[in-house]
Write a protein that binds this ligand. Structure first.
Ligand code: GDP
Ligand code: MN
Ligand code: MN
Length: 245
């Protein structure tokens, strides 16, 4: 990744509408000849569909708390209940629902989607996206990394972009600490969120609308294979503490 000249980025074409039980690993491999070291990026949408995470709003019986939160937001209380069921903590309940999902990802509405889903359905994120990535990776015949992406809004900046919500076979962070800068000064704190950078590019290629291209293969990237998590522990998350107070 340091001093690399180029990488290849390939859209996987021809995937059908994904349904519960579909074997994504073999569906990808029947459409692209993977090589060892490839990074296979999948939109969380298709992983969720394959895992049967599409529900009807009526599947969620709203609690009184869900109704309270839904009212000023002008949201369907059943939708709010679905968000609450998927969350371990609500950080903001106005002007939108910002939550910590059960697997530690912080996002609006627990990442529940209503686009690119069958009419009348909502699609929850995979229950444990890194476990999904690991399972899919093991289903591939090559030694690849797998990243599961979702499109998210960002604080401070306009515009959505792709982030990694699960990964396997790749370290989420590249550790630059100890390497020297141009003046020979050792870097002290730089951890680079490489899975998010890759997810951003993959998400750009996938598009957001009806393009039907939820999988991207990145070839020729040199990346570390294992390492820490991306989600900040609460005790080092200054912004989260401020939101709570
Ligand atoms: P998210 O970012 O994970 O929430 O996914 P999006 O809804 O933005 O979809 C990303 C890409 O995947 C878009 O190009 C969609 O058209 C495509 N997509 C979504 N669901 C399916 C599906 O079931 N089959 C296929 N072939 N493409 C899909
Ligand atoms: Mn999404
Ligand atoms: Mn998207």
């Amino acid at each position: 990744m340091n001093g690399q000249e180029s990488v290849g980025i390939y859209l996987v074409r021809g995937l059908p509408r994904i349904r519960e039980g579909d074997d994504l690993a073999s569906m990808i491999e029947s459409r692209v000849d993977l090589m060892d070291g490839d990074v296979v990026c999948l939109a969380s949408t298709i992983v969720a569909k394959a895992e049967g995470r599409a529900f009807f709003l009526d599947d969620f019986a709203p609690s009184s708390r869900a109704m309270e939160i839904a009212e000023p937001l002008g949201k369907d209380p059943r939708f709010v209940q679905a968000v609450m069921d998927e969350s371990r903590e609500i950080l903001l309940d106005s002007p939108f629902l910002l939550v910590v999902t059960s697997f530690g990802h912080i996002c609006v509405n627990a990442g529940i989607d209503q686009s690119n889903v069958d009419q009348g359905r909502i699609l929850l994120l995979p229950r444990d996206p890194s476990a999904s990535a690991e399972r899919i990776r093991r289903g591939l015949s090559r030694d690849c990394a797998v990243i599961i992406t979702d499109t998210c809004g960002r604080p401070f900046r306009r515009g959505v972009g792709g982030v990694a919500i699960g990964w396997s076979g790749i370290a989420p962070l590249k550790d630059w600490r100890g390497q020297q800068d141009l003046s020979g000064r050792p870097l002290e704190i730089t951890l680079e969120a490489i899975v998010d950078e890759i997810a951003g590019m993959a998400n750009l290629m996938m598009g957001e609308a009806g393009g039907g291209t939820p999988a991207v293969v990145i070839r020729g990237l040199d990346y570390p294979r294992s390492g820490d998590t991306l989600f900040r522990p609460v005790d080092e998350d200054v912004i989260r503490r401020r939101l709570r107070s």
